[in-house]
Design a protein around this ligand. Structure first.
Ligand code: C5P
Ligand code: ZN
Length: 465
């Protein structure tokens, strides 16, 4: 893999005075990947532009123009034929971790794809990680960009096992060695650096914990019972302020409660979801949204979801001024959209699949197409939802249905790969789909939605035995 990364680095050096364009995936990992390469190019005073797209469908590729060198990050491999039709004869680098189409005979292409080197692109390296290997070959001083590769990996939920796997661990080690990252076993609470402890507990829903998940009063009384103060010096204590003894007390109680609630065959996975590796970006301010690598990833994700990835790009590259403020505004808007989306779920509830293994909602005209995935993910934690069944969100538009599906980490650990299930189900009704084991999507003909849901449900049942 390093040989190909070196080849890519050489090609970049060859084009240092030419026009270079980065084309990246419009999601958190894609924005981090673009930031990794863009920052490395800046450091070498190499001019370039960046552009973001959701998919390289034929009509999308048609709109792109080859430059002297085009660098695709976090996409390209799985729509290689489309890219080739437009870009053959031009110098192209692809750094991707999605499953590739075949590539024989495209001479100008430098293709750095996880799968070609026997890596599990879904779990052990992200698009930002693949890009990181190129910039490390450009200059070893770029090792500090490994922190962004970890943020990208978290954006693609590559820590579902409570820890990073394979190459992601190597990248994290580079990051630790560069003093950019700290990796520590901790409670898996979201908002470790920014939210009051009881808030972080309340939003913990995977696995569901009775009297804690979605229950602010429950969290308050739990903390009282465990003799864990909420405040210090007049301010809320955050999860990061807990002492080791308090963390242990809390973890023991959370695990004990979850055990009582979770179906027996899933009990073994509970501790790994409550305690795991937490990643802290040491150069960020202590109470900042960017301090926790997982929250950093949410910030970048919100810019991509609202189609402002260039804001995310600048923040990922280090801007803490204008773009950072714009990102905070976007984050506020993001939270408003979430509240509205969850209000819709509250009002309309979820429909059940015919065999009882799926839950779905149709939010056409209610929720933005780019936002349906976020709401499907949060719906799993909602009180009206069965947390042991995947959730599917649907938006119909112009005859097509845009589908997002989410499964809990608990189901993933039990063996459910929703990405595979949705890809097969979509193909069987003439659509296309794919994605990650816990977060995936598809596009199918509007008239075939019921058939698609049945096929998807069948596959879920097959996989879960
Ligand atoms: O849009 P959403 O957030 O639900 O997408 C989740 C994942 O599913 C993304 O990684 C995306 O690449 C993948 N997806 C896909 N094919 C689609 C839609 C989404 O592979 N048609
Ligand atoms: Zn990715």
């Amino acid at each position: 893999m390093l040989t190909v990364a070196r080849k890519a680095a050489e090609l970049i050096k060859k084009h240092r005075n030419d026009s270079i364009e980065i084309i990246s995936h419009m999601d958190a990992d894609g924005v981090c990947a673009a930031a990794v390469i863009s920052k490395a190019l800046d450091r070498n005073n190499v001019e370039h532009h960046a552009k973001f797209v959701r998919m390289l469908y034929r009509e999308v590729v048609e709109e792109l123009e080859p430059t002297d060198l085009t660098i695709f990050t976090d996409l390209g491999s799985s729509q290689l034929q489309n890219v080739r039709d437009k870009f053959s004869g031009h110098d192209v680098i692809i750094a991707d971790h999605h499953e590739p189409e075949r590539t024989e005979g495209w001479r100008e292409l430098v293709h750095l794809n996880a799968h070609q080197f026997g890596l599990d692109g879904m779990q052990e390296i992200s698009g930002a990680g693949m890009t990181y290997f190129i910039v490390r070959e450009l200059d070893q001083a770029n090792r500090d960009l490994s922190g962004l590769a970890i943020v990208g990996a978290l954006g693609d939920i590559q820590n579902a096992w409570g820890k990073l796997l394979g190459y992601n661990r190597q990248i994290a080690q580079d990051s630790i060695d560069s003093k950019v990252l700290e990796q520590k076993i901790d409670l898996m609470l979201y908002g470790r650096h920014t939210r009051p402890i009881f808030k972080a507990l309340e939003s913990f829903t995977d696995p569901p914990i009775p009297g804690v998940s979605n229950s602010a009063p429950g969290c308050v009384s739990l903390l009282k019972d465990l003799d864990i103060p909420f405040k210090s010096d007049g301010g809320w204590r955050r999860p990061v302020d807990l002492t080791d003894v308090e963390k242990r007390r809390l973890a023991t109680e959370l695990i004990a409660r979850a055990y009582k609630n979770v179906p027996e065959e899933l009990v073994q996975y509970v501790p790994g979801l409550i305690i795991g590796e937490a990643h802290t970006l040491l150069k960020e301010n202590k109470r900042s949204m960017l301090r926790g690598a997982d929250e950093f990833s949410t910030c970048i994700n919100s810019t991509a979801r609202h189609e402002q990835p260039l804001i995310g790009l600048e923040v990922a590259k280090g801007d803490r001024g204008t773009y950072y403020r714009a990102m905070l505004n976007l984050l506020r808007y993001h939270r408003r959209c979430i509240a509205e989306g969850m209000e819709f779920i509250e009002q309309s509830g979820l429909e059940r699949g015919r065999r009882g293994y799926l839950q779905y909602f149709d939010a056409t005209g209610e929720i933005k197409e780019t936002f349906i995935g976020t709401i499907a993910g949060l719906a799993i934690g909602h009180r009206t939802c069965d947390p042991y069944k995947p959730v599917v969100g649907i938006i119909r538009e112009g005859g097509a249905a845009k589908i997002s599906a989410r499964g809990s980490k608990l189901l993933f650990l039990k063996g459910l790969d929703m990405g595979r299930a949705i890809r097969d189900a979509a193909r069987s009704v003439g659509g296309e789909g794919g994605g990650h084991a816990v977060a995936c999507g598809a596009q199918v003909d509007e008239n075939r939605i019921p058939e698609f849901l049945l096929k998807l449900e069948d596959r879920v049942i097959d996989q879960l035995g």
